[in-house]
Write a protein that binds this ligand. Sequence first.
Ligand code: IVH
Length: 678
Amino acid sequence: MAADSVETRISELRKQIDHHNYLYYILDQIEVPDAEYDRLMRELQELEQQYPTLVTPESPTQRVGSTPLSEFSEVQHEQPMLSLGNVFTEQELMEFDQRLRDRLAQPGSGKSIEALEYVCEPKLDGVAVSLLYIGGKLVRGATRGDGSRGEDITQNVRTISTIPLQLHGDGYPELLEVRGELFISKGTFESINEDALKQNQKTFVNPRNAASGSLRQLDPKITAKRNLEIYIYAAGWVEGGELADTHHERLKQLNQWGLRTNPEIKKVQGAAECQVYYEQIGAKRDDLPYEIDGVVYKLNSIKLQEQVGFISRAPRWATAHKFPAQEELTTLLDVEFQVGRTGAITPVARLEPVFVGGVTISNATLHNMDEIKRLDLHIGDRVIVRRAGDVIPKVVQVVTDRRPANTTEIKMPNHCPVCQSEVLKDEQGIIFRCNAGLYCAAQRKESIKHFASRKAMDIQGLGDKIVEQLCALGLLESIADLYQLKSEQLIGLDGFGEKSANKLIAAIEASKQTTLPKFIYGLGIREVGETTAKQLANQFGTLEAIQNSDQESLEQTPEIGPIVAAHINHFFHDSHNRTVIEALLSAGIVWPSIEVSAVTQGVFSGLVFVVTGKLEQMSREDAKQKIESLGGKVSGSVSAKTDYLLAGEKAGSKLAKAQTLGVKILDEQQFIELADSR
Ligand code: IVH
């Protein structure tokens, strides 16, 4: 290729890549498949390799620089990066709005002004950054620092794919500085921590720390891997051009120049509509893919913003309306050990009650002893607890520099706290177990709760509290005792009258009509979840055949390996378990018989499927049922044993894994055709 035509091609490729980036990051659209985008990038990379003089810093191939820094240099913000005042209640919001209206009213007119126009924005919980564009080219990225001076993180922000190296379109000022929040999505946060755990490295406490830690890496290659994202929320220093005269219009302009703004941003009239926005975003909060800690209200008119000005280091024209905190400081009073259904002993933190994530909590999970070691947790420690969304509260950090003198070490007891049997470590040395099985009252109680649960025998109205009462009174020793209960025994218990007692007895009676997979699942055999229970039922057809199976025949069942097979074998050879099963059957539990031959001869017979992503014409559950009804097996994870991956929209890691393993991939239409064709 002649040199000038190479130059033309390079510029054409950069234009096309910019166009696709704009569609993808700003308009949330895709015009070409990923493969085509990759081809454009590869072609550009190859041409730039051949003609290195044509490489420019803005080229989309130049995101990751080669050399790590030894330290960050200092940056002076030409316009200070401000903070925001807070309101916590509707009342305080009304007062904020009233103050603005008073200030803006014409002096001496005696009239107050009408509703003010505000822009409402989610308040992202990430890291504030400033990006400086000169002539449309990204020349500097900086942290907020103390508001006047920050750190130069240009190398790192250049690696972030949602930040354009070159502004899109035209009409932007010669010098444009913008501010925004860098963040890590909830999903990326989870996977960063999973990887860290696998490599025995420290995990991040929350997505904000993960974002900040990823940004403050001297080696930009590390930042590049962390999948940071940005939403721009304001312009700062501007020269050589004018921006629109409302905040809302300005955000639109920034967006047109390829700077990503939050799609939840909304223009409203008056404080009452701000409150509605706060409530709407609050209701959506758990479903948003990123963490927010409140919303921000900003006066829309730039003229009015200038009129009211600033107070100390915050604008008068904006405020943050905060959600209840999701992290709080409290004291670890004690650690208790709970015995689960399978005997696993888990430490549970007893905390000084604290209001966090909208509720008062006094307990938090500690998972296992490794977690306690990792946190370096002692009884008496000051700890940070976190309750995000409806997840179980967690102790995320010990405030070691506030450790009181008299803290005590946490030790796993040698004996089961409930039945006093010896506590044993499992093979990996992480989980401690009471091996007394159903002789242990705690395991009996948990096994009854499990047996009654929805996915098992589905005994409606038999909640955990009632099981606990019945166990405490000695009315339930095993799951079989459920079918001996009489309504007279229930009447008078906490919350039971004659009517509710009869209702529960009727529900227990109704549960006798079940299916073999539900019954097997309900028995609570270690590592036998719903899917394995189904597989066992399909493979063997009858309970008797499963009971009489041996290790070898169990291992021939799809996805049952030696460990699970040993658990099943052990369970059915235990004489206590056999007695309980006999009692259940003689109480009248029945299920429709399974025709093994019909199942195994289905068109998907012998094939293992994994289903992932969002399907259009059916739910994932429908797809699973279809596969099973045609004799196929459904597995939760992709492995070399997988025959097909049914991948819907937004399929993630499973799709990637299937591709690397060379597993056949079906889209929904192909799946339907395959199911119908055979
Ligand atoms: S505006 C002049 N808008 O909150 C106003 N800030 O407490 C400056 N933040 O450090 C901030 N989302 O990092 C603004 N939509 C948003 C925001 C936002 C998050 C952060 C920002 C700032 C802090 C202020």
